[in-house]
Design a protein around this ligand. Sequence first.
Ligand code: GAP
Length: 545
Amino acid sequence: MPATSLEQIVSLAKRRGFVFPSSAVYGGLGSTWDYGPLGVELKNNVKRAWWRSVVYDRDDMEGLDAAILMNRLVWKYSGHEKTFADPMTDCRNCKSRPRADHVFVSQKGRDPKGLDEINAAIAAKELKCPKCGATDLTEARPFNLMFRTTVGAVDTGDDSGLAYLRPETAQGIFVNFGNVLDTMRRKLPFGVAQIGKAFRNEITPGNFTFRTREFEQMEIEYFVRPGEDEAAHQSWIDARTQWYVDLGMRRENLRQREQAKEELAHYAKRCVDLEYKFPMGWSELEGIANRTDYDLKAHSRSPENPDAVGELKYFDQEQKKHIVPYVIEPSAGADRATLAFLCDAFDESLVKEPPAEETTKLRELVLSFAKSVDKKDPKAFDPEAKARLVAAAEKIAAGLPGTLPELLALSDDEAANKIEVFKKVRGVSEKLGEEFTRTVLRLHPRLAPITVAVFPLKKNEPRLVEMARGVKRDLQAAGLRAVYDDTGAIGKLYRRQDEIGTPFCITVDFQSLEDKTVTVRDRDTMGQERVGAGELGGALRAKVG
Ligand code: GAP
């Protein structure tokens, strides 16, 4: 069963060392996250797979790693200083601060024509606060999403040292267009790939690592002759979609969404979003835009830009003249892709039926939980959570024991945990879950944080331990991420590795001592085969691909 809520992913991620709330020892900092030992491996593997696909497997791409801090003028002429802003309004009644354009769209059923139209609607009291319903909203003001900082030891109080933490990696590529062109002697079409941090003071971060204020982008700017842009755009849309599928993402959870004309950024001729079906619904994973010649022109010296030192252009040998290339931009988020791969890989299922009397006892507990929730005073308990929990509990009770994984997922629900009887439900379901369910992360072997785990059949048998440690060392030497573990019975060790997505487990047993073969167990099929210890590195490398 796939994840039914993001909480299941968050819970597994925290429990097994993928992602931790940042600065937790001081109470955390809203919507910031640290990647733990397994998370950093997973995210690095996602980034490596992207780099390999868009740089190493092609002949028309170069890489770049531009600075996060750039001359402020980059952000002036890119348009970010003026336009990278969300319109915010304050509710004088409940003091909430909603996004004014969202309020307009949800209450008028269409996009506003601009800030003036939003403010006219606010002045005419046509818009209500989405939280308290009051029509006492302040004039909407643009709130710039760029983080400001000061460069240099002295803050002069004016804006002379002002710099921004980059809100996208793309501009670093545009302003390096000439450098890459000159040094690498490229001919059109060619592209530049970059992975790096970006920062946005998002008004509504949330949904775990889906929207944060500090995140990593994986961006490509692909330069083409004008006229060849549309075909190149389509080919990148296809290639980028295929990348996710090749790394195991289920096709039915991935879709391409054509942005409507009104949605397009001011620089874009066309944009297709790749969306993933996250537990919270279809949401953007990557945007693939045709940015025309907007950016190279914006950073070129002209009457509109007297600050640029030169022009970003290309001498076309065929036409014997300078042209400004068009740009196709596949722009992905490393954190979002990592989250999507985690969600897609998550699988929790019942492996065998618990005894009937245990199921009956659990069903009664779940029904009494449903009753308790139902009795809650709607003033003291969120009515939406109440309806959701009652419906979920009744459905789970009717479907037990098959719905045990769904019940376990409810353990991560904050509202459920506020109900006293849920403690009992949790205790019983977690005990049954330990024995009768299996959680597996079906990550592609190339993405899995650990590729192979090696166990001795018995940890108190020195010959098995020595051979298992040797096998692990050989696998490390073969360039695989391999670990050794002897801290439990083999069944328990398999379970642990399944939960973190390790595709292969190796057991060294007494037969291994005699014929130098070991058992390789496959996470997905649970099938086992004997392989010569000397052939393991090559065999597993071939499976990882
Ligand atoms: N250069 C174009 C650009 O930055 P974008 O749609 O704003 O376009 C591209 O961002 C990708 O970066 C998104 O599809 C998403 O994967 C990721 N991204 C954007 N904002 C993010 C945020 N606040 N948190 C996590 N990822 C984000």
